[in-house]
Design a protein around this ligand. Structure first.
Ligand code: R5P
Length: 308
């Protein structure tokens, strides 16, 4: 088994390799003068079980880098290539809900398979049905394995789990089950991508401590609209568990000024120093990915990782 990393999130890949007690593989990723990407494995990978760690968060070069790494590994006769995609980007367009739009999630699946990946490992897909866009084995991990112990540690009394939109209700429901808490949902309405018009709360939060659960924090709009609505509805503390910290534009300052008391995110997407704020806590997903990689390599069960 060998683990290689693209350039999107080297710290996470290093932690995964540490968990597996192996060194990160040696791969050269450089640029031609015009910005095109050059990939070369600097060690023999013939007959090897290769794992390539690369989240496909923006910029788009990250997905290209992943495809080139898969292609190079296939041409170097790796025995099996697993694309380890901690954050699967371009997932939010997963159905044709308006005329003349792209189905980016399906296109990403086609590209990854065509490049030569034999299997995919990822965490908290925007929509679980994206797995069906692939005709290769797909292992889908859940962030509850990273966040639930921490949420239990902070001992929120009288908790209610809230989904900030209907799409997140299944994920939030799983958290509610594991935390033995009630569930409420915000019916979010958008006027355009990344622009939220209104939200309506379905459920009871008055006098309760809220755990708001989402997969992606991009502009922070979804979480802040939900947090304001919850505060108006009488919620006490508003705690957020959100898997993928994209934090675009002024998201971190918007969150810092919002009624959210703390947001816990994972390290699937690299958060630079200038985006770190007091309210943001980052928990690593490396042991979860490391364990899943070990189990894939040893042909062991992944689902048993989630037996509570
Ligand atoms: C949308 O359906 C996702 O689950 C997230 O709620 C959304 O992508 C967050 O985006 P933003 O932070 O820009 O509101």
């Amino acid at each position: 088994m060998k683990v290689f990393s693209g350039t999107a999130n080297l710290p996470l890949a290093k932690k995964i390799a540490q968990h597996l007690d192996i060194p990160l593989g040696d791969v050269e990723i450089s640029r031609f003068n015009d910005g095109e990407i050059f990939v070369k494995y600097n060690e023999n990978i013939r007959g090897t079980d290769v794992f390539i760690v690369q989240p496909t968060s923006p910029p788009g070069d990250n997905i290209l880098e992943l495809l080139l790494m898969i292609d190079a590994a296939r041409r170097a006769s790796a025995k099996r290539i697993t694309a380890v995609i901690p954050y699967f980007g371009y997932a939010r367009q997963d159905r044709k809900d308006q005329p003349r739009v792209a189905l980016s999630a399906k296109l990403m699946a086609n590209l990854i398979s065509t490049a030569g990946a034999n299997r995919v490992l990822t965490l908290d897909l925007h929509s679980a049905s994206i797995q069906g866009f692939f005709d290769i084995p797909f292992d889908h991990l859940y962030s509850s394995a990273i966040f639930v112990d921490y949420i239990k540690e902070i001992k929120l009394e009288n908790p209610v789990v809230v989904a900030p939109d209907v799409g997140s209700s299944k994920r939030a429901g799983a958290y509610a089950n594991r935390l033995h808490a009630e569930l409420a949902v915000v019916d979010k309405r958008r006027s355009a991508p990344n622009k939220i018009k209104t939200g309506t709360l379905i459920g009871e939060v008055e006098g309760k401590n809220v755990i708001l659960v989402d997969d992606i924090v991009d502009t922070g709009g979804t979480l802040c609209v939900a947090a304001n609505l919850l505060r108006k509805a009488g919620a006490k503390k508003i705690f957020v568990a959100c898997t993928h910290p994209i934090f675009s534009g002024g998201a971190v300052d918007k969150i810092q000024k919002s009624p959210i008391s703390q947001i816990v995110v994972s390290d699937t997407v690299f958060v630079p120093e200038e985006k770190k704020r007091e309210k943001i806590k980052i928990l690593t997903s490396a042991p979860l990915f490391g364990e899943a990689i070990k189990r894939i390599h040893n042909e062991e069960s992944i689902s048993s990782l989630f037996d509570s």
